[in-house]
Design a protein around this ligand. Structure first.
Ligand SMILES: [Zn+2]
Length: 315
């Protein structure tokens, strides 16, 4: 198969399953989007049927899958709090057997950074840190031009290091992880706490007056609208994002930090305060080149495109 042939990319999230065919230039030629089935056999079958159909029509011969979880080197889903039906499943082997095609599987944030490296904001870069700020926090780390996978495939679980031993419980069960204070879910919790203390009138109003209904989306929208109470909450949140980013930058020395995930839609309303707080926290800031913090370029297509890039290595 020619190196320029299209490849199949599969974005397997906790909510949605997307399968697309992507050309060598990173363009999605066509794609299918369905709610992710809840049973493992149904997920496997849906991926295989859709990939087979798209591959046949577009002369594609390889499949890449980005999955929301910890993916072992052999393509087994080792741990996936949002895809519990797949835990322990040898996803790569199962799909490959059904399709009789070469298949690669990796973590969804890992494939997102591959997408940005090949076709997005990180083209030509070799040391890049990508974070996804959504319900949780995910990460992909490229160092020296190579994706950091670790001994078992589980590297860059950047949401899960402890920043506060007295902090809230994390979705993974541990306490005070970065994700527990700096994810989109944590932004919602911050908004609820402020509203319950009577300090967030506009956020409360945007949630229909019910403090328990406040999510990160309400806080973000009110902050973009310039409501001072929401801007203040977002400043606290941005500082928490910057705490983790500065620590990671001190460890990995990236030339570029890419922010992706749902919260990136807030643009500079979020990234502005994150950049300012980051500058004040990184080691030796006045004696080192600046590190740009930029939004991801590929948006919700990053999963499919990155999985297709992952597959390209199989050609
Ligand atoms: Zn955790």
């Amino acid at each position: 198969m020619a190196a320029g042939a299209p490849t199949i990319g599969v974005d397997l999230g906790g909510t949605n399953l997307r399968v697309g065919v992507v050309d060598a230039g990173g363009h999605v030629l066509e794609d299918r989007r369905v709610p992710a089935p809840t049973q493992a056999d149904d997920i496997v079958e849906t991926i295989a049927i859709t990939a087979r159909e798209l591959a046949a029509r577009n002369a594609a011969s390889v499949v890449g899958i980005g999955a929301a979880g910890m993916v072992a080197h052999d393509g087994t889903i080792q741990y996936a709090p949002n895809l519990t039906a797949l835990v322990g499943l040898p996803l790569r082997a199962r799909i490959a057997a059904l399709l009789d095609m070469a298949v690669a599987v990796d973590n969804d944030a890992n494939v997102a950074v591959l997408a940005e490296l090949a076709h997005g904001v990180a083209q030509g870069r070799s040391d890049v840190l990508l974070i996804t700020l959504g319900t949780g926090i995910g990460g992909g780390i490229v160092t020296g031009g190579r994706l950091l996978r670790g001994a078992h495939g589980f590297a860059a679980e950047i949401g899960h290091f402890q920043v506060d031993p007295h902090g809230p419980r994390c979705a993974c069960g541990q306490v005070g992880h970065w994700e527990a204070i700096a994810s989109g879910r944590a932004l919602g919790a911050l908004g609820r706490a402020e509203a319950e203390a009577g300090r967030a009138p506009s956020v409360l109003a945007s949630a229909g007056g019910d403090p328990t209904a406040i999510t990160g989306v309400h806080v973000g929208a009110a902050a973009v609208a310039g409501e001072p109470d929401a801007v203040a909450i977002l400043a606290v949140y941005a500082e928490r994002v910057a705490i983790g980013l500065a620590g990671l930058a001190n460890i990995f020395d990236p030339e570029l930090v890419i922010v992706s995930g749902g919260l990136v839609e807030l643009g500079d309303t979020l990234l502005g305060p994150v950049r300012r707080s980051f500058e004040g926290r990184i080691e030796g800031a006045s004696r080192r080149p600046g590190i740009d913090i930029v939004p991801a370029a590929l948006g919700e297509q990053a999963g499919v495109i990155g999985a297709a890039v992952l597959a390209r290595a199989l050609l």
